[in-house]
Design a protein around this ligand. Sequence first.
Ligand code: ZN
Length: 275
Amino acid sequence: MNDLTQERVCIHQVTLMQCDFQQSIECLARNGVYQTALWIDKLEEIGAVNAAKVLDDNGVSAVSICAGGSLSGRSVQQQKQAQDNNKRWLEHAATIGAPSMVTLTGGLDVGDTDIAGARDQAIEGLAALIPVAKSMGVKLALEPLHPMVCGFRSVISTLAEANDILDTLNDEIMGIALDSYALWWDPALAQEIQRAGSRIINFHVADWLSETRDIRLDRGMPGDGHINNREIRNWLETTGFNGPVEVEVFSKLDWWTREPDEVVKTVLSRSMQHL
Ligand code: ZN
């Protein structure tokens, strides 16, 4: 396996949550990082046309927008709202030239105990989104998330489930986002990466801290926890993957409180050591 080069390092905009849209892109560019994944809330604050200009002015490209989906709601009204939102987000991605939209299934409604029903609804919602994504030329990168966030973010938790869904929907506009933070614990990970092959179009990395203080917003910087991100990259590259390695650190209590330049410099040095 080759050493990671800086050109392949992508830093998700959400890793710099302390910045506004423009500040985050300028910070990446001045530190020599020219790929990002946009965070939908920041993008909608300034609008897709302005966002495209900021990216262009700084020579930064967006590999994806994060995160669309939330398709598992069971009322007709929720389903319509989800389709409307996703259509708008896909339009943003097309305006910006982002090749994919990271797509979460969504969790369960308040009080709902029917996880199988929520999963079925998510698949129906994905199927309905396929023609919209095709018309925009933006891929849907289905992202399984850690089981701890099953209740409110994603009713699918494993790469096997994502592979099964892609088998069912069987459309080339669908891909998979593999997030090491979400999947590192799974004993079937290497095998399911082989099964997924070229379906994996986005590779997100972070680290799992020993004593996590927040189930969603306390991700570690690569090198600070238990995930062997280099080994996972190796498994992925044996399938032919040679895309960006996307560092995505949600860190309300630590990295989001630091100077953004320090965060980016740390990501780059850790990438060379640990990714
Ligand atoms: Zn992710």
